[in-house]
Every structure is written in structure tokens, then in C-alpha cells.
Design a binder for this molecule. Structure first.
Ligand code: HEC
Ligand code: HEC
Ligand code: HEC
Length: 144
């Protein structure tokens, strides 16, 4: 057999170069885009606990994943401060159905309708406890 040594060497150096690139870029070339709070909003989920416990909102799914701009929510639909909407008496499903708050988009057109997929938004009391890293609190019923 007549193996071309030069070709083999070139072939291997391509791998070496790819490996070097990988090291230089911190291996991010193949990884998922890193979450940047400046660009996509706070990373920690926002959990509403009133009037019912608990509803989850994550900036990531709306900005990074769905591609929405900050001003599609701030400050017309929501203030840039958690805990504000919860203080309003009209933070209810009826308002959502009327196109307010989350219902501005969750109307079955821009995003899935507010009268469907309840548990995608509602994580419930158990979900809330889990988010707090607990679930084993003394006051929680129905534990295992
Ligand atoms: C789909 C709607 C939506 C979009 C888009 C959105 N936000 Fe928010 N944001 C919210 C909601 C809901 C809250 C909580 C408001 C409340 O509790 O009254 C919030 C709260 C915040 C807060 C306060 C967090 C805290 O803990 O007090 C910051 C800061 C914020 N958003 C930044 C951003 C930035 C920056 C962008 C764009 C990159 C953005 N948001 C895009 C819905 C959105
Ligand atoms: C500016 C428009 C807009 C507003 C306001 C908005 N959403 Fe969304 N939401 C979207 C879009 C777009 C998607 C992705 C498409 C879809 O799932 O239908 C989405 C997806 C979601 C999802 C699914 C995420 C997943 O993991 O699949 C949840 C949960 C959600 N929204 C909750 C909320 C809650 C709670 C509020 C109010 C606090 C809210 N959204 C307000 C546009 C919006
Ligand atoms: C797009 C997200 C979303 C979806 C989908 C959703 N909800 Fe809600 N829901 C909320 C938000 C936000 C609140 C107000 C915050 C809170 O109570 O924690 C709320 C509040 C409520 C409340 C208390 C206020 C009221 O209107 O009486 C009930 C009950 C409720 N939801 C039931 C449901 C049921 C049943 C479904 C499915 C048919 C559903 N929700 C689907 C987001 C959603």
C-alpha cells in the first residue's frame, strides 16, 4: 500500500486546528448561546402568588426563545418591577381573556390562548414549593 504521508499529516492538522479553535472559543462554538441578562431580562423566573399560588413567567422563553423585544411588555403591559401586577385587583383570568396583562398576547393568535393549557402557566402550590427548593415544609400537605 502506498499511503501518502503528507496527506495524512494535513488531514490530522485540520483536526488539531479545529481542536485549537474549540479551546480558544471556550468550547462555545457548539454549545447553546449563553443567557445574557442585559439582552434578555432577568434570568430568575418571576412567580406570581396572588390571587392564586402560583403562576410562572420566564423572560428567557419570551425574549431569547420567542424573540420578543422588551418594549412589547415594558412598560405598557407590565412594569419593570416584579410584584406590581399582583397588587392590582384586576390581575385575573377575566382580564387576560379581555386582552390585558398576559392576555395581550395569550389570545390564541400571538401565543397560546389563556383559556387553554392552564398548567403551562399555573405551576400550583407544589410547583411553587419546588421552586423554593423545598416541598418538605412542615405546612405542606399531601407529602410522601
Ligand atoms: C412577554 C413580556 C415581557 C417581556 C418581553 C419582557 N419582560 Fe420584563 N417583566 C415581565 C413581567 C411580567 C415582569 C413582572 C412584572 C410584575 O410583577 O408586575 C417583568 C419584570 C422585569 C424586571 C423586574 C424584575 C424584578 O425582579 O423586579 C426587569 C428588570 C425586566 N422585566 C427586564 C426586562 C428586559 C431587560 C426585557 C427585554 C430584554 C424584558 N424585561 C422583556 C414581562 C416581560
Ligand atoms: C408580548 C406578548 C406576550 C405576553 C404579554 C406574554 N406572553 Fe407568554 N408567550 C408569548 C409567546 C410569543 C410565547 C411563545 C409562543 C407560544 O408558546 O404560543 C409565549 C409562551 C409562554 C409560555 C410557554 C413557555 C414554554 O415553556 O413553552 C408561558 C408559560 C407563558 N408564555 C406565560 C406567560 C405569562 C404568565 C404571561 C403574563 C405574566 C405572559 N406569558 C405574557 C408572548 C407573550
Ligand atoms: C398565559 C398564562 C395563563 C394561563 C394559560 C392560565 N392562567 Fe390563570 N392566571 C394567570 C395569571 C397571570 C393569573 C394572576 C396571577 C396569580 O393569580 O398568581 C391567573 C389567575 C388565575 C386564577 C385566580 C384569579 C381569577 O381569575 O379567579 C384562576 C382561578 C385561574 N387563573 C385559573 C386558570 C384556569 C382554570 C386556566 C386554564 C383554563 C388558566 N388559569 C390558564 C395566568 C394564566
Amino acid at each position: 500500500m502506498n499511503i501518502d504521508r503528507k496527506a495524512v499529516t494535513n488531514f490530522l492538522s485540520v483536526f488539531a486546528f479545529a481542536g485549537l479553535l474549540f479551546v480558544l472559543t471556550g468550547g462555545q462554538a457548539v454549545g447553546e448561546e449563553e443567557y445574557d441578562e442585559e439582552t434578555y431580562g432577568p434570568q430568575a423566573p418571576i412567580i406570581f402568588t396572588a390571587p392564586v399560588k402560583a403562576v410562572i413567567f420566564t423572560h428567557k422563553t419570551h425574549t431569547m426563545d420567542a424573540g420578543l423585544e422588551c418594549d412589547s411588555c415594558h412598560d405598557e403591559v407590565f412594569q419593570m418591577e416584579s410584584g406590581v401586577a399582583e397588587q392590582n385587583d384586576d390581575f385575573t383570568m377575566q382580564s387576560l381573556y379581555d386582552g390585558k396583562y398576559c392576555g395581550a398576547c395569550h389570545d390564541g393568535q400571538t401565543a397560546f390562548a389563556s383559556n387553554t393549557r392552564c398548567t403551562v402557566c399555573h405551576i400550583g402550590v407544589k410547583g411553587f414549593d419546588r421552586m423554593q427548593g423545598g416541598g418538605a415544609k412542615a405546612d405542606s400537605h399531601g407529602g410522601h
